[in-house]
Design a protein around this ligand. Structure first.
Ligand code: NAD
Length: 356
């Protein structure tokens, strides 16, 4: 069987990091005798430039017809510095999530032995931290309407909307993942202030009795933000709405030591998307210095989640662990030692896999 992978590299460092993930996938495929077919498509600022649309219909069609999507990052300073731009790269990301029905973003947060010293947090706090943050991805304030400004331009508004069905499907996923792990679920909301959060709590409390072996706790987002950095080991699975998840997972990246190390999987109704949690890091674009590991580890998640190929995923993780141990790392985690380029890290990982 040939697995079809849509490759959406996007902007900034996107093409450089995706290239390394791709050679790693090819090495794994060769080792295990799998057949992958890669097809590239436009997304983000580069798609706006070429066809005037950050998520063109052809790209969507390709994603729909593929078995998995490997995604880099989108975003360009030209748009970041121009709040008046009507067509924006981020719209491409949101459109992809909405049209593919990607309602859940799974973000594992864990530590790497040889990187623990990189965390600004004390070693004893982060050593052994290992939790899964499940972020709702197609609802909430990023999608809610109305959104805009009053005619005089002096008042702006966004709307946070959640339906009970949207909440139920993601909270259920949270319970299911907790069941596969240490059986503890933390539901993060702001139910003391927001009506949408109160509905989250109500729906979650209704589902709770169906999962009697899961220990459930409800936590306000401000408290969760504090506990992630003061006691991260207390978490097993965390489920939360779109914007809270966006912010909390960036915060949680300090536990791993670098934004360049955190992968994610976006799953839902149609084809799943595997993408690093970081953005297009425009300052590094074209310099061959960005850390490719978040994207490479997203490829590991692709093997595991999209294809059920656990040994293949495990080999990629082992390669990344070994590269860290051997100090074959990019400048963000080199800690004053020799820094390797993006492509050197990718090639080292590929060699490791070939020789494993
Ligand atoms: N999913 C996405 O595509 C996504 C996510 C977030 C931001 N963005 C976009 O990316 C652009 C830049 O945003 P930003 O600067 O806030 O976030 P960013 O994640 O691109 O970069 C923030 C910082 O994280 C570090 N970093 C990120 N990726 C790294 C890597 N692979 N290796 C080493 N260090 C890395 C760098 O220090 C960088 O300055 C914006 O246009 C934004 O809209 C896109």
């Amino acid at each position: 069987m040939t697995y079809k992978i849509a490759v959406l590299s996007g902007d900034g460092i996107g093409p450089e990091i995706v290239k390394q993930a791709r050679i790693v996938i090819e090495a794994v495929a060769k080792k295990f005798g799998h057949d992958f077919e890669f097809t590239e498509a436009l997304v983000g600022a580069v798609a706006i430039e070429e066809v005037g649309d950050p998520y063109p219909a052809e790209t969507h069609q390709l994603c729909m017809n593929s078995d998995a999507v490997l995604f880099g990052a989108i975003g360009h300073p030209r748009f970041d510095n121009d709040p008046s731009a009507k067509v924006r790269p981020e719209q491409g990301l949101l459109a992809m999530r909405k049209q593919l029905g990607l309602y859940a973003n799974l973000r594992p947060v864990n530590t790497f032995k040889s990187l623990i010293h990189k965390s600004p947090l004390k070693t004893e706090l982060v050593d052994g931290a290992d939790f899964m943050c499940i972020r709702e991805l197609t609802g909430g304030i990023y999608f809610g309407r109305p959104q805009g400004r009053t005619e005089d331009g002096k008042t702006a508004y966004d709307t946070c909307v959640y339906t009970a069905d949207e909440i139920e499907r993601i909270v259920r996923l949270g319970f299911e993942y907790a069941g596969k792990r240490r059986k503890k679920l933390t539901i993060v909301d702001k139910a003391n202030v927001l009506a949408s959060s109160r509905l989250w709590r109500e729906v979650a409390q209704k589902i709770e009795p169906e999962f009697p072996d899961i220990e459930v706790e409800y936590m306000f987002v401000d408290n969760a933000a504090m506990q992630i950095i003061t006691w991260p080991k207390r978490f097993d699975v965390m489920v939360t709405e779109n914007m809270f998840g966006d912010i909390l997972t960036d915060e949680a990246s300090v536990i791993s030591g670098s934004m360049g190390m955190l992968p994610s999987a976006s799953i839902g109704i149609h084809t799943s998307v595997f993408e690093p949690i970081h953005g297009s890091y425009p300052q590094a674009a074209g310099k061959n210095i960005a850390n490719p590991c978040a994207t490479v580890l997203s490829a590991a998640m692709m093997f595991e989640y999209a294809f059920g190929m656990m040994d293949e995923g495990a080999l990629i993780r082992k390669a990344v662990d070994e590269s860290l141990e051997a100090g074959i790392v990019t400048e963000d985690i080199a800690d004053g030692n020799k820094a390797y380029s993006t492509s050197e890290v990718g090639e080292w990982l590929t060699d490791f896999i070939q020789n494993a």
